[in-house]
Ligand binder design. Sequence first.
Ligand SMILES: *Cc1c(COP(=O)(O)O)cnc(C)c1O
Length: 347
Amino acid sequence: MNFNLENLIRSNIKALTAYSSARDEFKGDAEVFLDANENPFASPFNRYPGKQIKTLQETLAQLKGVNCNELLLGNGSDESIDLLLRAFCEPQQNSMLCFKPTYSMYKIWGQINAVAVKEIPLLLDFEFTADLALKNLEPTTRLIFICSPNNPTGNAVSIVEIEKLCQEFSGLIIVDEAYIDFTEVSLSAISLMATYPNLVVIQTLSKAWGLAGVRIGLTIASPKIIAVLNKIKPPYNISTANAEAALKRLKNQEHFKAELASVKQQKARLIKALESLKCVEKIFKSDANFLLVRFKNSTLVFDDLKSKSIVVRDRSKELGCKNCLRITIGTALENDTLINALKTFDK
Ligand SMILES: *Cc1c(COP(=O)(O)O)cnc(C)c1O
């Protein structure tokens, strides 16, 4: 590995003097705030976001076992993906790799940023290997996006393969761990961060933490990478209201654990029910809170469920996903409704 972060930073970003907000610059205990043109009359939100963001940052850093300067909070992980592309790829010149099938936003953010996207088909049963990426590198490749557990297939990527790639690739490897809380055995790539400065992990509070509506994404990387991203993120990208909602939820670890246990139990139950249906051909191994299921005819199943007011995700057009639907694990009641609907269809 011949990794040098300085060589990866887009030239105009390197040259940029970042905006420094009033709240960034003032460190101390002031009582009179006449610095930010806010409405002075006290209400929950008359001030720009301040200490709640810092508290949220500290809480999440502790939860993930990293330092505050190794963590950047964004408006969902979408913001992380966009920031990484903007910081480390010259538009029209550099390129990124991602895999097929995977989360479609990597490619879309690449296209939005005028970064060429090379998509590599995953192997049989959606297996990822470092070789798959290494064989497809080009001199212009700056970023490699890996989703683990992968959406929409559900399988986690081998940490050994991620490590191999970190050793060989001199750009950035971004591992999206949106579903990491649902995995049973697989380790977070955060464990490799101390060894590999070219590794970036993104996580989110949108899935297991039940905060999709609050929009909090985490980017975890070396302090140097985080400093570059901090330079270009909007100054107040997390709102006070959202930070408060997240803090409230993060306080209740017991609730989180109970919900996680329920999802895992419901997943086992749903797998069993699906296995007994004639219309089901294959249930792919999942480390996430959803199942990719191959039906004999997914269009008939999708339309039948839709007519019964049940929405699942049609993934049948994705590579290797013919006749596949992606089904999120719901509450016991929702899963009952789904199972009954499928049983009736199966008759
Ligand atoms: C759901 C999901 C996310 C979450 O995105 P947010 O913007 O944080 O809500 C990220 N990556 C993958 C692969 C996902 O499936």
